[in-house]
Structure formats: structure tokens, C-alpha cells
Design a protein around this ligand. Structure first.
Ligand code: NAP
Length: 247
């Protein structure tokens, strides 16, 4: 189906690091569901280039937000990186995707495992009441290379304040040491149970696990979880593991 593109305008450009940024936009898109993705498009050298990005914003926000990594020698992201407040870009009018809470079966605790920009979609989901209403505890695990890539700290503090005792936030950094964080890739941290120990919660057959980010991390994590008897969640056959690969 042809994409209907509409014009949007940059209202804020957040620089987390030299290569990790978030863009806030205003644009008259159709209503979307937290967890869905959109596409952003720009005309570059007379060619229209577009890429998908999950919404970090949630339906009640009065702005649209995405997070992206500037890929050196990439086509779109260096141009996105240069955008300033007031600049215009195209956005897909109707969001898409199934990484939404209505696709996640009920369970006791909800694990949200993210690497890099994969955190963004969980920020969107956690801004809505559904994960908080449906699960006893939420364990948000974010794996990044370096500490300065731990984005959305203020928003996560707000989740902790708004839902006391309900969320465990675990940071893991793989390319530098930090006392406050784990220093392990997510699949290894689950295998050695460092992550579960830090959470004080085990992954059990009544857990639900959502995973988003680096595809190799997702593959390794799914393989590990499947060894413990957890199953991929499919529409035809509900399970425990719901995933979204980013590239
Ligand atoms: P990343 O390389 O995905 O690393 C983020 C975290 O994931 C790091 O802690 C990393 O650990 C870990 N990780 C990497 N491979 C893993 C694996 N096989 N199993 C488990 N954990 C793994 O970094 P990023 O900053 O999010 O993204 C970096 C690059 O990914 C970008 O420069 C870009 O090329 C690409 N990217 C593409 C898109 C896209 O849509 N095309 C979107 C985002 C990113 P280590 O430090 O040990 O590697």
C-alpha cells in the first residue's frame, strides 16, 4: 500500500552523544498505538530517502519523538543529524507495527530488554497505563556501549517516582567500567543470572519478555530463553517472547 507522507517540523533536537540523538516533531499524523513505528523521509540529492523509526512518544504526548543513531556514511541519518528546530521533514501519516501491549499475553512480570536505540519503544510503552496495570513488576534492562549512551534518565526516574516499587531499571555497559552498572552483554548477563540477581527477580515460565534492538542480541537472547522453556509469542500460538528487530 502506498505510503501517505505528510510534512512535519522539528521542534527539538536532543543530542545524547555525538552520534545518538532524539528528534521531537510536530505533525498531523493519524492516531497511533504506543510501540508502533513510523517512517521519516527527506529529499537528499534529488532522491527521497526514508527509514523506519519507532515512536518514543506515546499517543497522549502533544509531540512526536524518535531516537536514532547517526550512521557514518549512512544516507539518511547524517541529514537527520543536521536538522535544526523549524526544519521540515516528511513523516508517514499512519503508523504501523505489532510491538504493542495488546499483542503481549498476560503474565506475572514483564521484562523489557533493549540495546541502544531499542530503549525508545519501551519509553513509549511505559508512558501508557497498560504495562503498569497488567504486570506485577516491570524489569527494564538497557544495554549500551558507553555510559553516555544511557538516554532518557530523567523519564525513567519519573517512571520510578510515579510507580514506586514497581519498576527495576538495570543498566549494562559493555565498553567501559562503571560501579553502578553491570558490564555484560544482555544474553550473557541473563545466562550468568547477573541481570536476574540485580533485579532480584527470576525469569520464569509465567514471565513475559519483550526484546528490542540489535538483531544479534535478540537472536542470542531468544535462543537462551528458549533453552529455559520459554516460547516465541505468535498470534496463532501465544508465548512469552515478543520481539522487534531494528536492522
Ligand atoms: P550496538 O552495537 O547495537 O551496541 C549496543 C549494545 O548491544 C552494546 O552493549 C553491545 O555490546 C551490545 N551488542 C552488540 N552485539 C551484540 C550481540 N551479538 N549480542 C549481545 N549484545 C550485543 O550499538 P548501537 O549504538 O545501538 O548501534 C550501533 C550501530 O548499529 C550503528 O552505528 C548502526 O550502524 C547500527 N544501527 C542501525 C540501525 C538501523 O536501523 N539501521 C539502528 C540503530 C543502530 P558490545 O559493546 O559488546 O558490542
Amino acid at each position: 500500500m502506498a505510503i501517505n507522507w505528510i510534512e512535519s517540523e522539528v521542534i527539538e533536537h536532543i543530542r545524547w552523544t555525538d552520534s545518538l540523538s532524539s528528534i521531537k516533531l510536530k505533525g498531523n499524523v493519524l492516531p497511533y498505538t504506543a510501540g508502533q513505528f513510523t517512517k521519516l523521509g527527506l529529499k537528499i540529492n534529488n532522491e527521497f530517502i526514508s527509514r523506519p523509526y519507532s515512536y518514543v512518544s506515546s499517543p497522549d504526548d502533544d509531540y512526536l519523538e524518535i531516537i536514532y543513531v547517526t550512521v557514518p556514511n549512512g544516507t539518511l541519518t547524517p541529514a537527520l543529524h543536521d536538522l535544526k528546530v523549524g526544519d521540515k521533514l516528511h513523516i508517514m501519516e499512519k503508523a504501523s507495527g505489532f510491538f504493542v501491549m495488546s499483542e503481549v499475553p498476560d503474565g506475572k512480570n514483564l521484562w523489557m530488554l533493549a540495546t541502544g536505540t531499542g530503549l525508545g519503544v519501551f519509553i513509549s510503552l511505559l508512558k501508557t497505563p497498560e504495562p503498569w496495570d497488567r504486570f506485577k513488576k516491570i524489569i527494564l534492562v538497557h544495554g549500551v556501549r558507553t555510559k553516555n549512551e544511557l538516554s532518557y534518565q530523567e523519564q525513567i526516574r519519573k517512571f520510578e517516582t510515579d510507580h514506586p516499587g514497581k519498576i527495576k531499571y538495570i543498566q549494562t555497559i559493555t565498553r567501559e567500567k562503571d560501579m553502578d552498572c553491570l558490564n555484560v552483554r544482555i544474553p550473557q548477563g541473563l545466562e550468568t543470572k547477573e541481570i536476574q540477581e540485580r533485579a532480584g527477580i527470576e525469569i520464569t515460565l509465567d514471565s513475559q519478555i519483550m526484546i528490542c534492538g540489535n538483531p544479534d542480541m535478540i537472536n542470542d537472547t531468544v535462543a537462551l530463553l528458549e533453552k529455559s522453556g520459554l516460547k516465541r509469542n505468535r498470534r496463532s500460538k501465544p508465548g512469552n517472547i515478543t520481539l522487534e528487530k531494528y536492522w
